[in-house]
Design a protein around this ligand. Structure first.
Ligand code: PMP
Length: 377
């Protein structure tokens, strides 16, 4: 059966312009050489890396020297948290209860090793408020890590306000922007953030590549996770993946199209309206949300049967990373959603290639399947 792909928050197909860019950095005719080599092909490959570094930096208003390429946002989150924690043995970290597992699990590991961690709960809208972060701070807090936008609900946090609070107190602030990079303007010139995690495959770039923005300032000397050839200012050694880096650069250069954001928002709103019209549903997350996200709980339906009945619709129950576990989402749980409704909740996420026809087909499919599921109880 042809699938309607509404899982852009899990990953995106690469943009054809990105695929072409990647190809030209791989083959014998292209810039395949090691960017650390001194010969001309090496220098050409380095030029491709430099260009991509500037494209990524431009997207977030950073200096190219502040971009460290990693294997993804997971590694960027690990490098930020473990890298800074290594400099502050036994200090206190504030994070939120709705972070991605690549932050939550790192915090749990740090806790095992003697750090203290406070996990701030979201408000009723699914947002982490500045006040809640402030209330959690202690005299020995050295790091706050709060995501820009949540991957399950799309709810956006006020990074500028949280960053300001941290800066005033001399506390480092890290944010996971894997989900928001595609649609939200981010400006490191005006937002006093210290560390920002990015991922290429959420923005029509290749999988297996991300970046950590590390602000150039005293007191922010991270310990590397890996030791080796000294690439990426010693923070991430290993031969640079020129093709993936070039692809990420191109993907970033293609972002920022306001018409695209408006189009996706309108399609998401149409999907929401069509689903709400089916009755007995609850939209999770309100206030400012990412344009392509919609998380809905379906009343009167058993969670296990829901996804199976929707074969033909590629959507997620919770985040893709936990799809195998069938545990209710920790995000919805933290927002006070009952376990039963959390299990019967789906995340729809739209993107660049979503069409109106797909949205109408998804609504029609739900309208056909839901009454049958509900009558079965
Ligand atoms: N953080 C968030 C908020 C995410 O949504 C994801 C991807 N599911 C990640 C981190 C991990 O990113 P990557 O796949 O690049 O490691």
């Amino acid at each position: 059966m042809r699938q309607i792909y509404l899982d852009y928050a899990a990953t995106t197909p690469a943009d054809p312009r990105v695929i072409e860019c990647v190809r030209t950095a791989l083959d014998a005719e292209g810039d395949f050489a090691n960017p650390s080599s001194a010969h001309r092909p090496g220098r050409n490959a380095l030029a491709r890396v430099d260009e991509a570094r500037r494209q990524v930096a431009d997207r977030i208003g950073a200096d190219p020297r502040e971009i460290i390429f990693t294997s993804g946002a997971t590694e960027a989150n690990n490098l930020a948290l473990k890298g800074l924690a290594a400099r502050h043995p036994a200090g206190h970290i504030v994070t939120s209860a709705i972070e991605h597992s690549s932050v939550l699990d790192v915090c749990a590991a740090l806790e095992q090793n003697g750090h203290a961690v406070t996990r701030v709960a979201p408000d009723a809208h699914g947002a982490i408020t500045t006040q809640a972060v402030m209330d959690a701070l202690r005299a020995d807090t050295f790091l706050v890590s709060v995501m820009h936008a949540n991957n399950e609900t799309g709810v956006i946090n006020d990074l500028a306000a949280i960053a300001q609070v941290c800066r005033e107190r001399g506390i480092a602030f890290h944010s996971d922007a894997a989900q928001s990079l595609g649609s939200q303007p981010l400006d490191m010139q005006s937002v006093p953030l210290d560390l920002l995690s990015l991922s290429a495959h959420k923005v029509y770039g290749p999988k297996g590549l991300g970046a950590l923005f590390v602000r150039r300032r005293a007191g922010l000397e991270l310990a590397p996770l890996l030791h080796g050839g000294g690439q990426e200012r010693g923070l991430r050694p290993g031969t640079l993946a020129t093709h993936q880096i070039a692809g990420f650069g191109m993907a970033c250069a293609l972002l920022g199209d306001a018409d695209e954001v408006r189009r996706i928002t309108a399609l998401r709103d149409r999907l929401q309206q069509g689903i709400v019209a089916l009755g007995d549903v609850q939209v999770h997350g309100s206030g400012e949300r990412l344009p392509g996200h919609l998380n809905v709980g379906f009343g009167g339906v058993r969670g296990e049967t829901l996804l199976r009945a929707l074969d033909g619709l590629a959507v997620s129950q919770g985040s893709a990373c936990h799809a195998a576990s069938m545990r209710p989402s920790h995000v919805l749980e933290a927002m006070g959603v009952s376990g039963e409704l959390a299990q019967a909740s789906l995340r729809f996420s739209l993107g660049r290639f979503t069409t109106e026809a797909e949205i109408e087909a998804a609504i029609a499919l739900l309208a056909r399947v839901l009454p049958a599921l509900r009558s079965r109880g």
